[in-house]
Ligand binder design. Structure first.
Ligand code: NAD
Length: 479
């Protein structure tokens, strides 16, 4: 892989790391591990492009994104195949990811309608107006689990709002970023407005430290989100850092059996459980065995390699397996066991089948920590308040859901769940544009959100202008 600086793909003189296909374990590419020098080159190029791009009217800037959206749709199959190759997602999930990128881009095209500013005559002849201006040079650091979509959480909005952006993709999945750059170039994005710097910790630290970067978005694990947020803000940058998750789904005995079972299983197993919105703990309230039984049937029917893709690495598979082993040793019951999944012809792949573990207690690691695999821990509770107490004990706060036919119970959970995104009878409660994506607590550090209207605050700065004109005299003056 190459970095992308000033509209050209360049090979930096730095060490490289192998990139693996998770469904075969084979090396498919090599990624440069850029240093502060490569980050600085990208920042210089972005700084050169910034004044002209900021001065381009927003209605002209978004024309690039109308064309980019059409290109994402035209190249859907090819882009989805890249996601599958580097991340392992099954074809339908990879296509859904790219279509989500198109939807995110569609929102960016509506920004001229949204950032119109404000104006008011506040006293006779005195007018206050607020206009939003780009920050300048900004950066986005992204994780492995959505190689196409998460870069598109930041690029269309930040760039349509007039910034020049440096993307640092996950070094585990660097392939999609290249096509994103190529398609944006084809859509007419001027050279230097987008740069790609590949790498890991060293590159991210250089982005946090660089004095000419004004704002940085980060998406990844909570441990790294805290490090990046602290470092970027200590360097006086704006930063929005999204972290990991531990999402709880509360299932009430009155929940629709079929709908609940299929939604919970889809949530825990989709993208091999490697979604920050994946169901991780089901809190089963009172008499819910009939629903658990149906979930078991669904999970057993799923075929690894066909219905569930691999996890990202051998290390991830070992970590996930360890959580299951420890819970079982501590007395939990493994109802569906995906630990020994093998896919014929793809023996080198990092596959795990969907796994359901019942009678997990809230103190077990599998109930407290982010597992990030196709694993569902079931914790039993006697009523909705006990279930909420389990949910709210988590330091994370991305998503929470309740499955019930009772409006009162649904309302109670919506009000009391300590999470930024709450669902009722929805397994993956991702808000769609124009609503914003973002959790609470240890799932997000910083103000604002990563998508939708909530991102405008991160990527722009408001200028407040007060003007006074003496209309009577026919001459003007200002104070
Ligand atoms: P990660 O934290 O390991 O890596 C994320 C990014 O940080 C990568 O670009 C990586 O190169 C960089 N990085 C790694 N170590 C670093 C260090 N020491 N200093 C600076 N930068 C460093 O995350 P991941 O494993 O790629 O992604 C999975 C995690 O992302 C999960 O925890 C998941 O919940 C989370 N995630 C959260 C959201 C959300 O919206 N909250 C969305 C997607 C993924």
């Amino acid at each position: 892989m190459q970095n992308y600086v000033g509209g050209a793909f360049v090979v930096p003189d730095v060490p490289v790391a192998p990139v693996y296909d998770p469904s075969s374990g084979e090396v498919i590419s090599r990624v440069p591990l850029s240093s502060a020098r490569e980050v600085d080159a990208a920042v210089r190029s972005a700084r050169e492009a910034a004044p002209a791009w900021a001065a381009t009217p927003i209605k002209d800037r978004v024309q690039v994104f109308y064309r980019y959206k059409a290109l994402l749709e035209r190249h859907l199959d090819e882009l989805a195949a890249l996601v599958t190759e580097e991340n392992g997602k099954i074809a339908s999930e990879a296509r859904a990811e790219v279509l989500k990128s198109a939807e995110l881009t569609e929102f960016s095209c509506s920004l001229p309608q949204i950032v119109t500013g404000e104006v008011l005559e506040v006293s006779r002849g005195v007018e206050c107006r607020v206009e939003r201006f780009p920050v300048g040079v900004v950066a986005a650091v992204t994780p492995f689990n959505f190689p196409n979509m998460v870069p598109n959480w930041s690029i269309p909005n930040a760039v349509a709002l007039g910034n020049c952006l440096i993307l640092k993709p996950s070094e585990l999945v660097p392939l999609s970023a290249r096509r994103i750059a190529e398609l944006l170039e084809e859509a007419g994005l001027p050279k230097g407005v987008l740069q790609i710097v590949h790498g890991g910790q060293e590159a991210v630290e250089a982005l946090c430290d660089h004095p000419d970067i004004g704002a940085l978005s980060f998406v990844g694990s909570t441990r790294i989100a805290k490090i990046v947020y602290r470092r970027a803000t200590a360097n006086l940058k704006r930063c929005l850092a999204l972290g990991g998750a531990k999402n709880h789904l509360i299932v009430m005995p009155d929940a629709d059996r079929e709908m609940t079972a299929s939604n919970v299983i889809a949530s825990m197993s989709g993208c091999a459980g490697q979604r920050c919105m994946a169901a991780s703990v089901m809190v089963a309230v009172s008499a819910t065995d009939h629903i658990v039984q149906r979930m078991v049937e669904h999970a057993r029917a799923m075929v690894p390699g066909r219905d569930v893709g691999p996890v990202i690495s051998e290390a991830a598979r070992e970590r996930i397996t360890r959580y299951i082993d420890e819970a079982e040793a501590a007395g939990a019951t493994v109802l569906v066991d995906g630990r020994h999944a093998r896919v014929p012809g793809r023996e080198g792949g990092y596959f795990l089948g969907p796994t359901i573990i019942d009678h997990v207690t809230p103190d077990m690691a599998i109930a407290r920590e982010e597992v990030f695999g196709p694993v569902l821990a079931i914790v039993r509770a006697k009523d909705v308040d006990e279930a909420l107490a389990v949910e709210n004990a988590s330091p994370y706060g991305n998503a929470a859901s309740v499955f019930t036919e009772s409006g009162g119970i649904a309302r109670r959970v919506m009000e009391r769940a300590n999470a930024g995104m709450v669902g009722v009878n929805v397994g993956v409660p991702v808000p769609r544009e124009p609503f914003s994506f973002g959790g609470w607590n240890d799932s997000k550090f910083g103000v604002g959100d990563i998508t939708g209207r909530g991102s405008i605050e991160l990527w722009t700065q408001a200028k407040k202008m007060t003007t006074k004109w003496n209309r009577e005299a026919g001459v003007n003056w200002m104070s």
